[in-house]
Design a protein around this ligand. Structure first.
Ligand SMILES: O=C(O)CCC(=O)C(=O)O
Length: 275
């Protein structure tokens, strides 16, 4: 067993992702099949065009008022929106998209939002170190999936502008990290797609060689018995959460992990929203 660590990308072979996992209409069986086999899957046409434009405009405006990252992992030419659900309503729908929830039900069973973030990879940014997102939890590999991520590109993601890079099949590795002989797949996909990948998959943002930021939103979900990466209960004001749909409230922490992880004064946490 090796403890996964964040590693810099060396000189590794690059290839482009194959065709999307599903044509229209997408279905959870094929997405789950690809997640099990390759560790990732992407589906096109997940956003209505009008909603895509609204989301892109709003996320871009918030990014413009957001500082650059503080280290090589956040990216020194990358802006990241934290406390996303305190700042925009444009991802309430994607966060609870029926296909996504069906896949999450099957892979994670009971889950919560963990680290939602808007990401604007700026021109001149270098590639993010490859990493598996579940490495923050000290659980020896192999283990049941603890985390599933969904990247929502709001621009077309291309090799030039920093499309997400993944190492297909690396979710099954128990004793190694990517090396120079491992092919890195650049997941080029149109705006409005959704790229799902399991938390055990090695991946990272790409280098942006274009003139414009590459804008996307990544929604991380984690099994509900884990501590989420962002503390939504403090990050999103309670009066904002009180106005949201029930399922989104649950995903933001107003829920229990069975049988009773996360109770408040011995009661379901939803009660605090009704006070
Ligand atoms: O921006 C991307 O394409 C991936 C970002 C990522 O993996 C991360 O920030 O953990």
């Amino acid at each position: 067993m090796v403890t996964p660590a964040y590693i810099p990308l060396g000189k590794v072979p690059m290839r482009s992702a194959a065709a999307p996992t599903t044509a229209s209409p997408p279905d959870a069986d094929s997405v789950c099949g690809r997640l099990a086999e390759d560790g990732y899957a992407f589906v096109e046409g997940m956003f209505e065009p009008g909603a895509l434009t609204r989301a892109r405009d709003e996320i871009t405006a918030i990014l413009e008022a957001t500082p650059y990252g503080r280290d090589d992992f956040e990216g020194r030419r990358t802006r990241r929106i934290y406390a996303l659900f305190a700042k925009t309503r444009t991802f309430d729908g994607p966060a609870t998209h029926p296909l996504i929830l069906e896949v999450l039900d099957r892979v994670l069973h009971h889950y919560q939002l963990s680290a939602p973030a808007g990401i604007g990879i700026g021109p001149g940014e270098v590639a993010q170190p490859l990493h598996p997102d579940d490495a923050i939890y000290p659980v020896p590999r192999p283990h049941a999936e603890l985390v599933v991520n969904v990247m929502w590109p709001l621009d077309d993601f291309t090799a030039e502008n920093g499309a997400t890079r993944i190492v297909a099949g690396s979710h099954r590795w128990t004793d190694r990290q990517p090396g120079p002989d491992d092919a890195v797949t650049v997941v080029e996909m149109p705006a409005g797609s959704a790229l799902l990948y399991v938390g055990s998959l090695w991946h990272g943002g790409g280098a942006n060689h274009s003139e414009k930021p590459r804008v996307g939103v990544v929604l991380h979900y984690a099994a509900s018995w884990l501590r989420p990466v962002e503390n939504h209960v403090l990050a999103v004001p309670r009066e904002v959460v009180a106005q949201l749909p029930r399922r989104l409230q649950e995903l933001l922490g107003y829920n229990i992990g069975p049988p009773f992880i996360g109770y408040v004064d011995g009661r379901h946490p939803r009660n605090v929203l009704e006070r």
